[in-house]
Ligand binder design. Structure first.
Ligand SMILES: *Cc1c(COP(=O)(O)O)cnc(C)c1O
Length: 435
């Protein structure tokens, strides 16, 4: 399997090159040359497959021989070390809980898979890989936990001082080992700028083998397609037949894009709904056919505060850049914080279900779609455990949440972080470490 750059399709890479580079040298996103239907036998027998069997079959063509089968199997098994339960709320609405991993956000799967792939590539040609990651909260924790202790790798996380939750900061700063946390005196955009500047800095690039770990990296993006198979499999076991709609709380649109990939691989999905907060670039695009990104706005579903979603270009490619086909299979709706709080309350009152603000946005999008399509079977993805957004959830619902084991584990651990204020200081820090 080859990957080509969406900036210039003459620029191609193998899976291992695409993973190690992150972004193509022309700054374009890598895209697989084929998303072919999986075998009829596999699709017909989905209900009986294990999670690891599904993950292996889905990733094998994308990995395209860069990793031997037995090793890929092991990487998938290590990645999927927790459950993905589908919780039925009523006859035609369920939620797929993606938060049972080590950092309790759905990004754990991509983080773990990518780390293990890089660990394998490093065994083949030892050259330490340094992962730079700017985070507004969840990404950094999942990437850190995924790479913790993986030989030949090091992760440097940049996060904005005072702008991540207490639990998130603990998840970023208490890992030790090959994980380093940098607290930047600024906002998320400053962190992201510092990472971008580092990638373009020739001096740093000769001292380091740098890569990025956000959802532009194919090894973080593609494994997210597993979720949609896991949901479908559980519906099949409940005797489901009919039309399936997924609502995905979306920020950078990597997760929903992986769902569309699952559909291309043969998963029968009738409709995709990208549910957003007031960062509504894509919902506006679907109404006007004008793509006009706005600066990001802060909301209570802050992992989706993205003004210009990087992965939307991949979604357009999956629909051959045809607006009408896209609109037929894909909807996108935006909701503000007060609607999100009302949805948290409604889920709690109606179904006795405690969601997080991102899942609540997903529920709102599904509800809106199902008003016009009451015959559909709807699944919304629950992308984070409510404890990660404890203040909003407790205050909105008037409840006290139990603290799960994964979070207990970081409370009271010693924090280690380096405070830096600008790119010059960051570069000096990196060069000092390199010698
Ligand atoms: C990252 C994240 C999202 C958005 O996912 P994208 O793939 O960027 O669209 C939604 N919910 C939570 C909790 C997240 O951490």
């Amino acid at each position: 399997m080859k990957y080509y750059s969406l900036t210039n399709n003459q620029n191609t890479a193998t899976f291992s090159e695409a993973v190690i580079q992150g972004l193509a040298p022309d700054r374009g996103l890598y895209f697989p040359e084929k998303t072919a239907r999986l075998s009829d036998d596999f699709l017909a027998n989905l209900a009986t497959k294990s999670a690891t069997e599904i993950g292996f079959e889905v990733m094998k063509p994308f990995v395209g021989g860069s990793i031997p089968d037995d090793r890929l199997q092991q990487i998938v098994a290590d990645t999927l070390c927790f459950d993905f339960p589908l919780v039925k709320l009523d006859d035609n609405i369920s939620t797929l809980e993606l938060f049972h991993g080590p950092t309790m956000a759905f990004k754990d799967v991509g983080g773990r898979f990518m780390a293990r792939c890089i660990g394998y590539f490093n065994e083949q040609s030892p050259k330490k890989v340094t992962v730079l990651v700017a985070t507004s909260g969840d990404t950094g924790g999942a990437v850190a936990s995924g790479f913790l202790g993986i030989e030949g790798t090091e992760v440097i996380i940049l996060y904005p001082k005072g702008k991540v939750s207490t639990i998130q900061e603990l998840q970023l700063t208490t890992n030790g080992n090959n994980i380093k946390a940098i607290e930047v005196d600024g906002v998320f955009d400053d962190c992201q700028e510092m990472v971008k500047s580092a990638f373009l800095d020739t001096e740093l690039n000769s001292a380091y083998n740098l890569t990025s770990a956000n959802s532009i990296n194919v090894a973080r993006w593609l494994p997210q397609s597993f979720y949609f198979f896991f949901a479908y499999q559980q519906l099949l076991r409940q005797g489901f037949e009919g039309k399936l709609a997924f609502s995905v709380p979306s920020g950078n649109f990597g997760n929903i894009c992986a769902g569309i990939v699952a559909n291309r691989l043969g998963l029968p999905v009738d409709h995709f709904i990208a549910s957003t907060n007031v960062n509504d670039t894509v919902p506006r695009y679907l109404q006007t056919q004008q793509y006009n990104p706005n600066p990001s706005k802060q909301t209570i579903s802050n992992a989706m505060d993205v003004g210009n979603p990087s992965n939307f270009i991949r979604i357009q490619s999956l629909f051959n850049n045809d607006f009408d086909t896209l609109k037929k299979h894909f909807s996108s709706y935006a909701f503000d914080d007060s609607a999100t709080r009302e949805a948290l309350t409604a889920l709690h009152k109606t179904y006795d279900y405690v969601a997080d603000p991102h899942g609540a946005v997903g529920y709102l999008g599904l509800q809106k779609y199902m008003k016009k399509h009451p015959e559909a079977q709807g699944v919304f993805l629950e992308t984070a455990h409510p404890i990660k957004f404890r203040n909003v959830v407790e205050e909105t619902l008037g409840v006290t949440l139990d603290i799960p084991e994964q979070i207990q584990h970081v409370l009271g651990k010693k924090q280690e972080k380096t405070a830096l204020k600008d790119y010059a200081a960051f570069k000096e820090y990196l060069l000092a470490q390199a010698t």
